[in-house]
Design a protein around this ligand. Structure first.
Ligand SMILES: Nc1nc2c(ncn2[C@@H]2O[C@H](COP(=O)(O)OP(=O)(O)O)[C@@H](O)[C@H]2O)c(=O)[nH]1
Ligand SMILES: [Mg+2]
Length: 306
């Protein structure tokens, strides 16, 4: 199935809700202030966020001065293109080291899909005959390194782990050393996401990042914030908190295969200027895709690109 088809399915609930609401207020012709006001509420309810919603509404207001919308599909298309613009403004590909190991650290709250995304990346790059090392720096959850060990075995990646409860910074240190010594192409660092000791979590993350930066020039090349695509506004709050602690370079939005909301990706890209780089579309190792703004934006409004 193409990414577009998967996203269209995953975002079906959101897009049909958006479409139903717009359909009921749309009138062919110029867009009235009243319509735009109602549209604003629809977008906010879809978790697109205050800033992106304002940008969309402003752009539509400008357009409607010299354009009339004959059909509601015209309007969806125009909105999808505006959403593409929002993503395009911050777009950037996954960074790769010029030489030596490339290092990606995954951060995010528990259950967002960090470990699974690491597994998927390990699968992607071992398939390309790259040497991949996984660092089990989530030493907090007892089952976390078992889960990672299973994926290491399945994908043929190496695993660096310490005992449960040990210092995640020390795991990062050993893993970075191992990545250099074994001439790894890629080091993927898993981290803990518990929220009840938020301050400690963020300090711990900062330490992991410091250790990686010290051991490998330019590392980490990406700090990917993993966000569960089924979360609404809370995703934006999570993004703000993590972005305050560490320099998030990209997002991975997971669970876009289920009944995800999706709007939150637009909100985070717009308000925090963080590009979406990856999307998770299932629980299997193959279910990771590079983000495609067009497929995503058109899916959000339930229309086909082209
Ligand atoms: N449907 C679906 N489930 C996912 C996806 N990514 C992760 N999951 C599931 O979400 C749950 C939590 O994932 P996990 O990687 O353990 O999250 P972590 O706590 O952030 O490491 C697991 O049951 C995963 O199988 C995805 O893209 N789609
Ligand atoms: Mg995990």
């Amino acid at each position: 199935m193409s990414l577009f088809q998967r996203l269209k399915q995953g975002l079906a609930k959101t897009s049909s809700s958006i479409r139903n609401k717009i359909q009921s207020i749309f009138q062919p012709g110029a867009l009235t202030d009243e319509f735009l006001e109602e549209l604003e509420a629809v977008l906010l309810q879809a978790d697109v966020g205050v800033e992106a919603t304002a940008a969309l509404i402003d752009a539509l207001r400008d357009d409607s001065r010299n354009k009339s919308f004959e059909t509601v599909e015209d309007l969806y298309r125009m909105m999808a293109e505006k959403v593409v613009d929002i993503f395009a403004a911050v777009d950037a590909p996954l960074k790769v080291a010029d030489e030596g190991p490339t290092v990606y650290a995954m951060v995010g709250v528990n259950g967002s899909g960090k470990t699974t995304t690491i597994a998927k990346l390990a699968h992607r790059y071992t398939q390309q005959n790259k040497k991949v090392i996984l660092a089990a720096a989530d030493t907090f959850r007892a089952a976390a390194d078992d889960q990672l060990a299973v994926w290491a075995k399945r994908t043929g990646a190496d695993l660096v782990k310490h005992s449960h409860g040990s210092d995640p910074g020390a795991v990062a240190f050993d893993a970075a050393r191992a990545a250099v010594a074994r001439k790894a192409d890629l080091l993927l660092v898993d981290t803990a996401g518990r929220l009840h000791t938020k301050k400690n979590l963020m300090e711990e993350l900062k330490k992991i990042i410091r250790v990686l930066a010290r051991e490998i020039p330019g590392a980490p090349h990406e700090i990917i914030l993993v966000i569960d695509g089924t979360t609404g506004q809370n995703g934006l709050i999570q993004a703000r908190e993590f972005a305050q602690a560490v320099d998030i370079t990209g997002l991975c939005i997971t669970k876009l295969d289920g009944s995800s909301k999706g709007g939150i990706a637009v909100a985070i890209a717009s308000e925090l200027g963080i590009p979406v780089k990856l999307v998770g579309v299932g629980e299997q190792a193959e279910d990771l895709r590079d983000f495609d703004a067009r497929s995503f934006a058109y899916s959000l409004f339930g229309i086909d690109p082209d």
